[in-house]
Design a protein around this ligand. Structure first.
Ligand SMILES: Cc1cc2nc3c(=O)[nH]c(=O)nc-3n(C[C@H](O)[C@H](O)[C@H](O)COP(=O)(O)OP(=O)(O)OC[C@H]3O[C@@H](n4cnc5c(N)ncnc54)[C@H](O)[C@@H]3O)c2cc1C
Ligand code: FES
Ligand code: FES
Length: 485
C-alpha cells in the first residue's frame, strides 16, 4: 500500500497498475481534471503539479510534470493540484496575479503555469526576471504570449510567501512524518505486477535479486523511464523505485572528492556542484526544465547511457568513478570504462549504481559547453567538457569528454594526446583539433549533421583557448562555463 496527501486528504492505495502516472490517476481516478495533458512526455508543462516533502522539519515544494511521474513515487509526499490553491473562497495570490495581469487566454496551459508560479512563490519571495524565466521555462503557452505571464509572476515579488499553505505547514509536516514513520516503505500491486519501494541499499539489492531484469525495471526520477510508458505504451511487470533508498539519496563531501547518491535529483545536487564545479552546475541550468531537474538524477542520466546525455561528458572529463552494487558485490569503476556500446553499459546483472564520486581537481581548468538549437529545455547536438592542467601555459594533462559525437559518450583520446606538451594557444591546439577527426565520425540526425558536429567540436577547443586568454587578461579567476545555443 502507498499513502500520500492528496491536497489535504490522506489517500491510501493498494491495488493499482504500477505504471499508472500521477496525471492518469488525477484525471481518471481522482476526477481532478484541472491538471491538463498536452504532450505526455515532460515537454509542455500543462500537467505541472507541486509536490511537498518534509526536509529538516519544513516543507520543501517542487514543481514536477505529473505526466511522467509514477503514482507509486508519491508515497509519503503531498500532491498539490491547481484545484487546491483557492482557499476559503479566495484565489491564491498567484491566481489573482494571472487574472489581474491578463496572463491567460484559452486557458489550457494556465493550470500548469499557475503551479510553476506557486512553486516560485513558495521558494523565492523576491523573484528576479531570471528566477521567473527559470521557473517558467518548462511551461509552454501558445496563445497568450509570455509578457503578461512573466509580469504576473514578477508582480508577486515582495509579497512574501505566507499563504494558507504556510498556516497549515506544521499540520502537514506531522501528517507526512506520521505516514513515513508508520510505513517507511510501500508497494502497489495489480495481479502479478508490482511497484516496490525499498528503503535501503540491501533491500534494493534483494528486490532486484527476487525480480531480475528484464522483468523488473529500476525507476529513479522517471524522466527517461516514464517515456517508455507514455510514448511506447510499455507496461513493466515490476518497477523498483530508488527515490526512498537512503544510501542512494545522500550527498557526501570529503577532502578529495564529492559523492552524489545515484537517486539525488539534479536540484538537490546543484549546491554541491556549484561549490566545487561551477561550470558543471551552470550546465545543469540548461538540462531539461525545472520540472525535469526536480525529478531527474545523475544516476538515471548515466545508467540511461544515451550518447546525447549531458552529464556523462562532464563526468568523463572529471574522471568520475561509479560505485556499483550487484549480487556479486560492490565495485568501483571509472566512468571511462562504463559505456560499452550504444545504450550498453558494464552494469552487472541485477546491479545498480549506488553513487557517483567526482574527484576534486585543484589547479585544473574546467570548461563545459552545450550546443543545442534552443537555450532552455533542449537536447544537445554536441556537449563537450574539457578538464585541462597547465604549467607555464603548456598543457600537462587533458581529459576531453564529448556527447553527441559517437554511439556512446566518449573521451577524445587522440586529441588529448595531441594537446599534451603543447602551449594552450590557437596554434598549440591545431593538432588536437585535427586529431578529433580520428577520434570521432559523428552521424547526421535531426539535431545536426556529422560535419557540423565535428566542426563545432573543433571550434569549442578554440573557444576554450580564447576564453582562457581573456580570463587571464581580466583576472585569475577559474574559467566559468559559457553557454551557447
Ligand atoms: C522534457 C525532458 C527534457 C530532458 N532534457 C534533457 C537534457 O537536456 N539533457 C539530458 O541529458 N537529459 C535530458 N532529459 C532526459 C532525462 O531527464 C535525464 O536523462 C535524467 O537524468 C534521467 O534521470 P532519471 O532519474 O529521471 O532516470 P529514470 O528515467 O528514472 O531512469 C533512466 C534509466 O536509468 C535506470 N536507472 C535509474 N537509476 C538507476 C540506478 N541507480 N542504477 C542503475 N540504473 C538506474 C532506469 O532503469 C532507466 O533505465 C530530458 C527528459 C525530458 C522528459
Ligand atoms: S503533458 Fe506535457 S509535460 Fe506533461
Ligand atoms: S493561454 Fe492558450 S496556450 Fe496558453
Amino acid at each position: 500500500m502507498i499513502r500520500f496527501l492528496m491536497n489535504d486528504q490522506t489517500v491510501s492505495i493498494e491495488q493499482c497498475a504500477p505504471h499508472t502516472t500521477v496525471l492518469e490517476y488525477l484525471r481518471t481516478k481522482a476526477e481532478q481534471r484541472g491538471t491538463k495533458e498536452g504532450c505526455a512526455s515532460g515537454d509542455c508543462g500543462a500537467c505541472t503539479v507541486v509536490l511537498a516533502e518534509v526536509n529538516e522539519g519544513r516543507l520543501q515544494y517542487r514543481n514536477i510534470n505529473s505526466c511522467i511521474t509514477l503514482l507509486g513515487s508519491l508515497h509519503g509526499k503531498q500532491l498539490i493540484t491547481v484545484e487546491h490553491l483557492k482557499q476559503q473562497g479566495a484565489l491564491h495570490p498567484v491566481q489573482q496575479a494571472m487574472v489581474d495581469l491578463h496572463g491567460s487566454q484559452c486557458g489550457f496551459c494556465t493550470p500548469g503555469f499557475i503551479m510553476s508560479m506557486f512553486f516560485l512563490y513558495k521558494n523565492c519571495s523576491q523573484p528576479t526576471r531570471a528566477d521567473v524565466e527559470q521557473a517558467l521555462a518548462g511551461n509552454l503557452c501558445r496563445c497568450t504570449g509570455y509578457r503578461p505571464i512573466i509580469d504576473a509572476a514578477l508582480s508577486l515579488a515582495g509579497q512574501g510567501s505566507n499563504d494558507a499553505f504556510s498556516e497549515k505547514e506544521a499540520q502537514t509536516v506531522s501528517c507526512l512524518q506520521a505516514i513515513l514513520t508508520q510505513q517507511p516503505s510501500g508497494s502497489l500491486v495489480d495481479g502479478s505486477r508490482q511497484f516496490l519501494i525499498p528503503t535501503s541499499s540491501d533491500a534494493l539489492l534483494q528486490s532486484l535479486t527476487d525480480h531480475p531484469h528484464p522483468e523488473a525495471k529500476l525507476l529513479a526520477g522517471g524522466t527517461d523511464f516514464s517515456l517508455a510508458i507514455t510514448q511506447q505504451l510499455q507496461q513493466p511487470e515490476v518497477i523498483i523505485y530508488t527515490g526512498r533508498v537512503a544510501e542512494l539519496m545522500q550527498c557526501e563531501e570529503t577532502e578529495r572528492s564529492i559523492i552524489i547518491g545515484a537517486a539525488v535529483s539534479y536540484s538537490d545536487a546543484e549546491s554541491l556542484l556549484h561549490k566545487h564545479f561551477l561550470p558543471f552546475a551552470s550546465l545543469l541550468e540548461r538540462l531539461g526544465s525545472l520540472q525535469v531537474r526536480n525529478q531527474g538524477t545523475l544516476g538515471g542520466n548515466v545508467a540511461n547511457a544515451s550518447p546525447i546525455g549531458d552529464t556523462p561528458p562532464v563526468l568523463l572529463a572529471l574522471d568520475a568513478v561509479l560505485h556499483l552494487r550487484s549480487p556479486a558485490g560492490r565495485e568501483a569503476i571509472p566512468i571511462s570504462e562504463f559505456f560499452t556500446g550504444y545504450r550498453q553499459t558494464k552494469l552487472p546483472p541485477a546491479g545498480f549504481i549506488e553513487s557517483i564520486e567526482i574527484p576534486l581537481q585543484s589547479e585544473r581548468t574546467l570548461c563545459v559547453y552545450k550546443i543545442s538549437k534552443r537555450l532552455d529545455d533542449d537536447i544537445s547536438a554536441v556537449c563537450a567538457a574539457f578538464s585541462i592542467a597547465l604549467k607555464d601555459g603548456v598543457v600537462t594533462d587533458a581529459r576531453l569528454g564529448f556527447g553527441g559525437m559517437a554511439a556512446t559518450p566518449a573521451r577524445a583520446l587522440n586529441a588529448e594526446k595531441a594537446l599534451i606538451g603543447q602551449p594552450f594557444t590557437e596554434l598549440g591546439i591545431v593538432a588536437a583539433q585535427q586529431a578529433l577527426s580520428q577520434d570521432f565520425s559523428p552521424i547526421d540526425d535531426v539535431r545536426a549533421t556529422g560535419t557540423y558536429r565535428l566542426q563545432v567540436a573543433q571550434n569549442l577547443l578554440l573557444r576554450a583557448v580564447l576564453e582562457h586568454d581573456s580570463e587571464q587578461e581580466n583576472s585569475n579567476q577559474i574559467m566559468e562555463v559559457v553557454q551557447y545555443a
